[in-house]
Every structure is written in structure tokens, then in C-alpha cells.
Design a protein around this ligand. Structure first.
Ligand code: PLP
Length: 361
């Protein structure tokens, strides 16, 4: 199996797995304590959580705190619903965790523009009265990198908070500048599933969504898993160490894939993009057939959620593709553990399968 779905999830780094194991101990070990218990086992677990918090914080700007959550979806819900904003501005290419949450609870939801290249213009006006602006750092479907620094400044000038979904950019790019709230997910940066984080700038007031023991600084209740925290922390530390090395590797994979797929059209900007994302289309391609012909390659027909729903991708539609074009698009996502040989093999098989459908040449 060649895994080319890195935007859906990344493989767990062995370093993250190793960091988790001591906190999954049974009764003979010392790692199963509740991090909120005052005894030695509890204090050891609490210390592991705090080490992890520091490691994750290094991916983020200074001047704020990291709140662990069960996922980035939860972090985004906490940011949107926990702010007292009643009017939102969002880009049309946000993840459903932002769009559906803002639409479900906002009195008003203004949609910002997006170019045919998949970029939200840096000078997009923020309407008066908007309380929270949400624009992601890197799009999960087409990989385009948004001018979040400028957009955060525009939000601030309009008196609004700026929320950045940095799920696909964290550990790869510098943290978004000027944001008030930043959401992350461990499983998109080679950490475990089931844990995310919300970074909250000092002074930003939020109300909790999940009530109970108030374990996460009163903002999120529920006993944290020290194992998941430790895995997230180790993955974050590794991403910090390897940022340059990972980027160089991804660039080499990208260049090879582009060389091998000259007859495919790229969706979204080629340059203002994370190069571990190759979203491509072929006129008339039957993607369902392609996926069934290439069962040994794990890739996506869009975002994991959009392809599951069978609905045409809202991101591809936002950049002006018609329904037929969206349905003839595929997303190849690669990263740290993808080899050049895997990319070469996958591209050759993709091209051959498209040719078998009568695609020319
Ligand atoms: N935001 C983006 C850009 C994503 O790609 C995803 C995952 O698909 C999420 C948010 C949600 O992350 P999680 O799986 O941690 O809830």
C-alpha cells in the first residue's frame, strides 16, 4: 500500500509512539495515574502533560497558553462558540469544523472572497460589527497558504478576534502572526489521533463549552490522557527539529510528481502552497473508477469528509470549478515518510489508470 493521504492523517512517528508507551502502563507500571491526583503517580502524569504543553507551545507564538482538547474540531468549536462573537467572517474554503460551527451558531456569517488560485485576498474587507474572523493557514484540500498575518491585522483593525485553523500548517510553517486563537491537531503532524489544542492569546476571554472539573484552565473539563499529550508533545518537538529537513524532502517529492504527471491540471496556486499537497484534475476522469482500479494507493477524491459525503467539494467550487471538474479531481498528499520510489510508482500507476479510461495522451 502506498499512503498518499497525509492531509487526512499522518502516520504516527515512532518517537511519538515511544513517548506514549510509559503512560499506557498497566497496574505494574507507574504511568497510569490521573494527572489531577495529588499523589506521586498523579504528579508524574501531570508533569508529563506539562512537558507536552511546553513542547506544543514551541510551535506557537509567545504570549498565550495552550489548552488541550480532544481534537482540532473541538478546539475550533471552543474558539467560535466560546468567544462572545455573534457575527462571524469566514473564508469559503474553511474546514467544516469552522463553517458548520459558525453557520450553526452565528446570527450572521459573512463569507470572505477567495481567488481562483485558492487564496483569500490579503486586503479582504472585514465588515463592521464582525466579532470573529476565521481564516485557515493552509487549506486541507488544495494546500494553498493564506495571508493570515495581513488578515489578522485587518481583523484587529475592525475590532474582531482572529481565529486561525493551523491544523495543516503547524510544524511545517512559522506560526500565524497576529492571531488571537490558533487550532492544532496532533494527528496531522505525526502525533496520535484524539488530541488537539487551542492556543489562546493572553487577555482573550472565552467561555467553556464542556463543563465539569475545569481541568484545562477552567476552559475545558475532562481528564486528559497523559499518553496522548506525551505523543502530541513528542511529535511537536520532532516537527520543530525537522522542519527544514521535512520541507526539503517534500519539495523533492513534489518536483518528481509534477514531472511525472504533466497532463494533469493543478487545482490551486502552484507557488503559494504547501508542496505536500497535489490536488489534480483530468477532464472527464471517473474518480470512483480510478480509486477502485488503484486500491493499493491510498489517496483522496477531495477532503476526507467531502469525499465521504459524496457532495462536491465546497473548496473546489469556491475556486470556480464546476461540479464536473470537482468530481474529476484527486488529492495526493505526501510527507516525511513517503519515498521518491513510492511517488514514482504511484504517479505511473495513476497515469496508466487514467489512460485506461481513454484519457489522452
Ligand atoms: N481543520 C483542518 C484544516 C483539517 O484538515 C482538519 C482535519 O481534517 C480539522 C480541522 C479537524 O481536525 P481533527 O481531526 O483533529 O478534528
Amino acid at each position: 500500500m502506498i499512503y498518499l493521504d497525509y492531509q487526512a492523517t499522518t502516520p504516527l512517528a515512532s518517537e511519538a509512539r515511544a513517548a506514549m508507551l510509559p503512560w499506557l502502563d498497566g497496574p505494574d507500571g507507574k504511568g497510569f495515574g490521573n494527572p489531577y491526583s495529588p499523589h506521586r503517580l498523579g504528579r508524574a502524569a501531570a508533569a508529563a502533560v506539562e512537558v507536552a504543553r511546553e513542547q506544543v507551545a514551541k510551535l506557537l507564538p509567545s504570549g498565550g497558553s495552550v489548552i488541550f482538547t480532544g481534537s482540532a474540531t473541538e478546539a475550533l468549536n471552543l474558539a467560535i462558540l466560546g468567544s462572545d462573537a455573534r457575527s462571524f467572517a469566514v473564508s469559503p474554503i474553511e474546514h467544516a469544523a469552522v463553517l458548520d460551527t459558525a453557520r450553526a451558531h452565528g446570527v450572521a456569517c459573512h463569507v470572505l472572497p477567495c481567488s481562483a488560485d485558492g487564496i483569500v485576498p490579503a486586503d479582504s474587507p472585514v465588515p463592521a460589527g464582525v466579532g470573529l474572523v476565521a481564516v485557515m493557514q493552509v487549506n486541507n484540500e488544495i494546500g494553498t497558504v493564506q495571508p493570515v498575518g495581513e488578515l489578522a491585522r485587518a481583523a484587529r483593525e475592525a475590532g474582531a478576534l482572529f481565529l486561525c485553523d493551523a491544523v495543516q500548517g503547524a510544524g511545517k510553517l512559522a506560526p500565524p502572526e497576529g492571531a488571537d486563537l490558533i487550532a492544532l491537531s496532533a494527528h496531522k503532524l505525526y502525533g496520535p489521533k484524539g488530541i488537539g489544542a487551542l492556543w489562546v492569546r493572553d487577555g482573550v476571554e472565552l467561555s467553556p463549552l464542556i463543563h465539569g472539573g475545569g481541568q484545562e484552565q477552567g476552559l475545558r473539563s475532562g481528564t486528559l490522557s497523559p499518553a496522548l499529550c506525551a505523543g502530541f508533545g513528542a511529535a511537536a518537538a520532532l516537527a520543530m527539529e525537522r522542519t527544514e529537513e521535512d520541507a526539503v524532502h517534500v519539495e523533492a517529492l513534489w518536483r518528481r510528481a509534477i514531472e511525472l504527471l504533466p497532463h494533469w491540471t493543478l487545482n490551486g496556486s502552484p507557488s503559494r502552497r504547501w508542496h505536500g499537497n497535489l490536488n489534480l484534475r483530468r477532464e472527464g476522469l471517473d474518480v470512483a473508477r480510478l480509486m477502485s482500479d488503484l486500491r493499493e494507493i491510498a489517496f483522496s477524491a477531495g477532503s476526507a469528509c467531502a469525499s465521504g459525503s459524496g457532495r462536491p467539494s465546497h473548496v473546489l467550487q469556491a475556486i470556480g470549478l464546476d461540479v464536473r471538474e470537482t468530481k474529476s479531481s484527486v488529492r495526493l498528499g505526501f510527507g516525511r515518510y513517503t519515498t521518491i520510489r513510492e511517488i514514482e510508482d504511484a504517479c505511473a500507476r495513476l497515469d496508466a489508470a487514467a489512460a485506461a479510461q481513454g484519457m489522452i495522451p
